[in-house]
Design a binder for this molecule. Structure first.
Ligand code: SF4
Ligand code: MG
Length: 334
């Protein structure tokens, strides 16, 4: 059972006049066919940069992928020609952003936008494309789709616009959908509707989803597996059930502890993780969570922990789990 997408040791840095920010530092994960993998972390943790790297959507002036591989099936996306990339985008992997207007043309009727998306990858007559566009809008729950097809994006509400974007993203039946905070801009009721829609469509189409979010409630609702990112690294990855019940990385523990719970006593205050992520331009050696970590040890300040497998599908990077800890400590008399 080969994964559909594999990211291996991805490194991405951003360059401006005299600043280099290492936004993604050695990220590796696999995406299985039909699953939902959530990537969770604070803003600036490298979630979106990782996602955009997969489709090579980073600004070419400032961003550089400096190491690693991104495999779609057996091919390395990093060696794709512009033409291969064009085929990849939309047809094989498509993306939904937080702001639907990122994907929509404000001056074009939505039906035409979907038809043009279809025409880019499929040979269809005009009538067929139109029929398919109506079907897609029906599938995402746009009422009176046959008439609404002639409306412009501004004639839809925020939630309805995001439905249109999802129709657009799924029109060519991609194998992978990358959704970057798709519901963050929407109010809670609409948010739940859009998430449920994505789940229903996934069951119908078998599309694998990478869902980027800072919201652990969304993770619990949507994903089978979760990768927790901190300052450009995945610090823990595993099944959602396992990680929610038994988080191993101190940062994951902190995130879960600060998550509002429906069953919690409302008089209990939330426990935020003290401190803020370090400036990514000045990351020294050692664990990048050390300045905020309640379990920090001497070794953490000097050396980076290695990825440790706690189970075949559960990995963590932390000296508390690192098998070299005893040796390192005794050798350095920490
Ligand atoms: Fe905390 Fe050390 Fe683990 Fe980093 S390696 S998370 S500082 S215990
Ligand atoms: Mg982001």
């Amino acid at each position: 059972n080969d994964p559909i997408l594999t990211v291996e040791n991805l490194h991405v840095s951003f360059h401006s006049q005299n600043r280099v920010v290492n936004a993604v530092r050695g990220v590796s994960f696999q995406l299985e066919k039909g699953e939902t993998l959530a990537i969770v972390g604070e803003s600036g943790s490298g979630k979106s940069v990782t996602a955009k790297s997969v489709l090579r959507l980073l600004p070419s002036q400032t961003a550089k992928i400096t190491d690693g591989a991104i495999r779609y099936g057996k091919e390395n996306v990093l060696s794709y020609s512009p033409r291969q990339l064009q085929r990849l985008r939309g047809k094989e992997i498509s993306m939904v952003f937080q702001d639907p207007m990122t994907s929509l043309n404000p001056t074009m009727k939505i039906g035409r936008q979907i038809m043009e998306g279809l025409a880019r990858h499929e040979k269809l007559t005009r009538a067929e494309a139109k029929q398919k566009a109506v079907q897609m809008l029906e599938m995402v729950g746009i009422p009176q789709a046959a008439e609404r097809i002639d409306a412009y994006p501004h004639q839809f509400s925020g939630g309805m616009r995001q439905r249109v974007v999802i129709a657009l993203a799924l029109a060519c039946r991609p194998k992978v959908l990358i959704a970057d905070e798709p519901t963050t801009a929407l109010d809670v009721t609409i948010q739940a509707q859009i998430l449920d829609l994505m789940r229903d469509l996934q069951q119908k189409t078998g599309t694998a989803i990478i869902l980027i979010t800072h919201d652990l409630g969304v993770v619990a609702h949507m994903a089978q597996r979760v990768a927790v990112m901190y300052t450009g690294e995945i610090v823990e990855i595993g099944p959602v059930r396992e990680i929610f019940a038994n988080p191993q990385h101190p940062y994951t523990k902190g995130l879960l502890a600060s998550m509002p719970r429906l069953d919690a006593d409302r008089s209990e205050p939330l426990v935020p993780i003290p401190g803020s992520p370090p400036d990514a331009t000045r990351l020294a050696g050692g664990c990048s969570f050390a300045p905020r970590c309640p379990y920090v040890m001497k070794v953490c300040h000097h050396f980076s922990p290695e990825v440790t497998s706690l189970a075949p599908d559960h990995q963590v990077s932390c000296w508390l789990q690192d098998k070299r800890a005893e040796n390192v400590r005794s050798a350095l008399r920490f």
